[in-house]
Design a protein around this ligand. Structure first.
Ligand code: GLY
Length: 249
């Protein structure tokens, strides 16, 4: 299944089991062949999926590197961003090279912020690996980091060039984090789509991959509609923050 989102820079969102393996092929339609790519991931996700992502990029003729940071919200800070910049500078990355965000919301927010600011902006691909990131944070271009004074206080709107959502990846997601994402999915049902709400109510989503894929599609489609109407979060998009403030607290 795929969706095309019409933001200031339109892009494709591919929702398909196993699509992690298509990373190289998909990237070659967007970026210069032979270019460099840096996969940004954390210490939980990297050992499971970074090699597959790097191999797929190398097969397509890119030169991949991997930057891994300690998993957890504590890493979502400017000092980690500086380390990412240094890794990219050491690799002599240019504006035609790109970043791959491979992980959950923390990874996507940080990798996106590095992409928004390194060399005043380079391209990036989102590969969300948590249910919450697949249905929410990987789509819509919000990027940023926390400060000691609060969450997401520094950031930028920077849309990815592509989002690859592979539901198979969720098989390694701890159930607590799956439940986290289901809370957000139910919220989309409540605020935007009765059909989605009924789909969740009438099925064992966690144990039915077909329904899970359909649910992800419906959620991302809700997000797409809201982001297209209010890309820079000055009106309707604020509706999506319903529940987030309390959740963050
Ligand atoms: N996560 C809420 C938004 O993207 O606006």
């Amino acid at each position: 299944m795929e969706l095309n989102i019409q933001t200031s820079r339109p892009y494709q969102i591919l929702i398909q089991r196993g699509c992690l393996n298509q990373l190289g092929e998909q990237a070659s339609t967007l970026f210069r062949a032979g270019g460099r790519a840096i996969i940004i991931t954390d210490s939980n996700v990297g050992p499971l999926y970074a090699r597959r992502a790097a191999d797929s990029l190398a097969m397509a003729g890119f030169v991949p590197d991997v930057f891994t940071f300690p998993a957890g919200e504590e890493s979502k800070r400017l000092s980690t961003i500086e380390q990412i910049y240094c890794a990219m500078a050491e690799q002599k990355m240019t504006r035609t090279d790109f970043i791959v965000a491979l992980g959950g919301g923390v990874t996507g927010d940080m990798a996106g912020f590095a992409a928004a600011t390194f060399l005043r902006g380079i391209g990036f691909i989102q590969i969300p690996t948590s249910l919450l990131a697949q249905i929410d944070s990987s789509v819509g271009g919000k990027t940023g980091v926390d400060l000691p004074q609060g969450k997401n206080l520094v950031g930028a709107f920077h849309q990815p060039r592509l989002v690859l959502i592979d539901p198979d990846i969720l098989s390694t997601l701890p159930s607590r984090f799956f439940a986290d994402g289901m809370g957000e999915a139910i919220k989309y049902g409540c605020i935007k789509s009765r059909a989605l709400f009924e789909l969740i109510k009438g099925n064992d989503v966690a144990n039915n991959l077909q329904v899970l894929e359909q649910m992800i599609y419906e959620c991302v489609n809700c997000k797409r509609i809201v982001v297209e109407a209010d890309e820079f979060d000055t009106g309707e998009r604020m509706l999506l923050n319903f529940g987030h403030t309390l959740g963050h607290a």
